[in-house]
Design a protein around this ligand. Structure first.
Ligand SMILES: NC(=O)c1ccc[n+]([C@@H]2O[C@H](COP(=O)([O-])OP(=O)(O)OC[C@H]3O[C@@H](n4cnc5c(N)ncnc54)[C@H](OP(=O)(O)O)[C@@H]3O)[C@@H](O)[C@H]2O)c1
Length: 164
């Protein structure tokens, strides 16, 4: 199944990321796009979802990228979008989706995927190394969710002067 997909989305708790990538490895074909949503929240070691753990590679996205077979194209996206919002896309999803990666074509495919969700603006967030910053923002959003008693905190970047 995984070998036939154009796009694979990896969205598991950080503690499960190594095994998930390992199990996918033999199925992934050159050119396939792998989207990493996983964030290295401290819950991986029994800690808080408002904090992250350090990752040697810099981010979960870069970690996943390093262990994928040659030719697979890793893109980080949806790391800051509340599952609560995505569970019901009959309603507008009021947030930006930051998309970063080192393969421009793969990034465009994922940006188009994000933009297909009603209300979402896909934002090209540059190279994969920016997933370091993007993933940290998730911990902040969890903290805001707790503070405001919601499950829907998200991001909107202003000043980009683009409609999508
Ligand atoms: N939830 C959010 O709003 C949100 C927002 C942005 C980013 N994220 C990030 O996205 C990732 C997934 O978040 P989530 O809230 O969806 O987590 P989750 O509900 O705890 O887990 C998602 C899925 O991962 C699989 N999974 C869980 N533990 C596993 C294990 N030990 N081995 C293999 N697979 C396992 C399960 O799939 P099966 O049921 O098929 O087994 C589970 O349904 C996390 O890294 C989180 O930080 C979440």
């Amino acid at each position: 199944m995984a070998s036939k997909a154009d796009i694979l989305v990896v969205t598991v708790p950080f503690a499960a990321l190594p095994d998930t990538i390992k199990s996918l490895k033999s199925f992934i074909k050159p050119g396939q796009i792998v989207v990493n949503v996983t964030v290295p929240l401290e819950t991986a070691v029994g800690g808080s979802a408002t904090r992250t753990v350090g990752v040697w590679d810099g981010s979960a996205g870069e970690f996943a990228s390093r262990f994928l077979p040659k030719g697979a194209r890793l893109v980080s996206a949806f790391n800051n979008v509340s599952a609560e919002l995505l569970n019901d896309i009959s309603k507008q999803v009021d947030c930006d989706v930051l998309v970063c990666g080192d393969d421009a074509d793969a990034k465009k495919v994922v940006l188009d995927l994000a933009r297909a969700i009603p209300g979402v603006r896909g934002v090209d967030a540059g190279p994969l190394s920016n997933s370091r910053t993007i993933e940290q923002l998730t911990a902040l959003l969890v903290s805001l969710n707790i503070r405001y008693g919601v499950k829907t905190a998200g991001l909107r970047i202003t000043g980009l002067h683009s409609s999508t």
